[in-house]
Design a binder for this molecule. Structure first.
Ligand SMILES: [Fe+2]
Ligand SMILES: [Fe+2]
Length: 163
């Protein structure tokens, strides 16, 4: 069977699927990092920070889902085992061994900044050959920029409280 939706993609298929699968792994790791952080966070403003982290976790999982849908549409094979997440990931996983509000915010800001760079590169890669993936990535990038901004704002407030 031929899929018109696949035929119109004018990009190196392997590379495109690699981008998508790597991002998929990143999103799962980001999801777990946020989700766990929202449960173990300690210190000032913990309620507000926990809510924000939980909200981000939910959105990272939605990103993973959208990426998976696109991988399947393109006829690709998604990563099947969590073991592979670490290997495929570009941004890795920051172990939240210090559950203080400040440290968790810093770790997650680092993750968002990495995600912003990675998605920005993926936008560049897809811009001339696959408008559907391009738009999906632009939407995700918009969320990551919002995430970074929200975490930075909280960290700034926290630092003001300490003065
Ligand atoms: Fe994400
Ligand atoms: Fe994010």
């Amino acid at each position: 069977m031929s899929y018109k939706g696949r035929e119109i993609v004018k990009l190196n298929r392997e590379k495109l699927l690699e981008h998508l699968n790597k991002a998929y792994a990143d999103e799962w790791l980001a999801y777990y990092q946020y989700w766990l952080g929202s449960k173990i966070v300690e210190g000032p403003m913990r309620g507000a920070v926990a809510m924000e982290l939980a909200e981000h976790a939910k959105e990272e999982l939605e990103h993973a889902e959208k990426l998976l849908e696109r991988i399947l549409q393109l006829g690709g094979k998604p990563i099947l085992s969590p073991e592979e997440w670490y290997k495929a990931s570009s941004c890795g996983y920051e172990v939240p061994s210090d559950p203080s509000v400040e440290r968790l915010l810093e770790q997650n800001i680092k993750g968002e900044q990495c995600a912003i760079e990675v998605y920005n590169k993926a936008l560049e890669f897809t811009k001339d050959g696959d408008p559907v993936t391009w738009r999906l990535i632009a939407d995700i990038l918009e969320d990551e920029i919002e995430h970074e901004f929200e975490l930075q704002s909280m960290l700034e407030d926290l630092k003001k409280m300490k003065k």
